[in-house]
Design a protein around this ligand. Structure first.
Ligand code: PLP
Length: 406
């Protein structure tokens, strides 16, 4: 019997999307580990910290209380109250509890919002480089991703004139992610004001902000979110956030958002026919994450900032790499254009950033993700959410690999 599926069995929408390149990169790294290589994996966007104890204890207490049943699709009232309070306390945003929404992860928030709103041909502006899932979710929803490029010289941030040029009568959403995965770039209040100025001229464009890395900004940098700086945008902004990164809760699967009531109601319809909401236990853990002590945050931030400084400094001492200093998240995105066209010791030519990243993995067993998969290259992304020792060793290997290119 053949293992192939019958012709036409798979949905056509599946042919429009690709497997996540970050997942593909970590699979390749796992294969090398299985083959006995000492791989340093800098491919995955996940904090190396453990979930704080108070959050774990809240989940255990919820299990003991029997909070193990279905919950309301849009989330338990206690968590929605904590979300509304968080937006008020940290962002100065007023949302009623009914305007908040909980999903199984930030990714699911984006999915629900886009599936609830996209019609065939609707355009979604996604500044490049971007988090890899956005274009694929737009494509699954029948929309058209429009991906204007940013420039390294602008700190890989969207310029107002680039935004203006990308907007058409069909534009439905702008997705703005900051601090950005993959670059770590975060917008100042003035930079956001300038983008808001463009959006005010185009009332058909809604804003989906992905503030997942809000708490991970370094030095004196102050995070602001679009609905906060331009009240006129509040009525057409979905402010998304989550506990995955800042609370080291990637496996708990909790993302959340707040926005205009009609949009939240529509997202509720989509989620109601999909996951029926989110794990009750994880939701109780997230209540503690948002309402409980935030003492772990300065500790996480200090570690990430130290690692950012270490990696940026070592990469900038590497032949052929230029690495901007990002404001936040736990990624750096060095420019490797000077290395394109060079030859590896095994005789293979580096034609693309993907060749470079593959060569680095095969030769020095360091896993990174090539920039063109995020829509802007030649670059590569390194996640520095790992120990200082591993990062130092990885950067030494990168220096050796780049130094050996001819
Ligand atoms: C920018 C951005 N948004 C959303 C997510 C998804 O978060 P979650 O794991 O909560 O679905 C990620 C995860 O990598 C991310 O980098």
């Amino acid at each position: 019997m053949s293992n192939a599926l019958p012709k036409g069995f798979l949905s056509e929408s599946l042919s429009r999307i690709q497997p996540s390149p970050t997942i593909a990169a970590s699979q390749k790294a796992r294969d090398l580990v299985a083959a006995g290589r000492d791989v340093i994996s800098l491919g995955v966007g996940e904090p190396d910290h453990d979930t704080p104890e108070n959050i774990k204890n809240a989940a255990i207490a919820a299990i003991r209380r029997g909070e193990t049943k279905y919950t309301a699709v849009e989330g338990i009232p206690e968590l929605r109250k904590a979300i509304a309070a968080k937006f008020k306390r940290e962002n100065g945003l007023d949302y009623k509890v009914s305007q908040t929404f909980v999903s199984p992860g930030g990714k699911a928030v984006v999915y629900n919002a886009l599936l609830a709103t996209l019609n065939a041909g609707d355009e979604v502006i996604i500044p490049a480089p971007y988090w890899v899932s956005y274009p694929d979710i737009v494509l699954l929803g029948g929309g058209k991703p429009v991906m204007p490029e940013t420039a390294m010289a602008d700190g890989v941030k969207l310029r107002p004139e680039t935004l203006e040029a990308a907007i058409t009568p069909k534009t439905k959403w702008l997705i703005l992610n900051q601090p950005c995965n993959p670059t770590g770039a975060c917008y100042t209040r003035d930079e956001l004001k300038a983008l808001a100025g463009v959006l005010l001229k185009h009332p058909q464009v809604w804003v989906l902000t992905d503030d997942m890395y809000e708490h991970l900004v370094y030095g004196d940098f102050k995070f602001v979110t679009p609905a906060q700086i331009e009240p006129a945008l509040y009525e057409r902004t979905l402010t998304m956030n989550g506990v995955s990164k800042a609370y080291a809760m990637t496996g708990w699967r909790i993302g959340y958002a707040a926005g205009p009531q009609h949009l939240i109601n529509a997202m509720d319809m989509v989620q109601g026919q999909q996951t029926s909401g989110t794990s009750a236990i994880s939701q109780w853990a997230a209540v503690e994450a948002l309402d409980g002590t935030q003492d772990h945050l300065p500790v996480f931030k200090k570690a990430f900032e130290r690692r950012r400084d270490l990696v940026v400094s070592m990469l900038n001492q590497t032949r052929g790499l230029k690495c901007p200093m990002p404001e936040g998240a736990f990624y750096v995105y060095p420019d490797c254009s000077e290395l394109i066209g060079k030859t590896m010791p095994n005789g293979k030519k580096v034609e693309t950033d993907e060749d470079l990243v593959l060569g680095l993995l095969e030769t020095e067993a360091v896993a990174a993700v090539h920039g063109s998969s995020f829509g802007l290259g030649p670059n590569f992304r390194i996640s520095y959410a790992t120990s200082d020792e591993k990062l130092e060793e990885a950067c030494r290997r990168i220096q050796r690999f780049c130094g050996n290119l001819k």
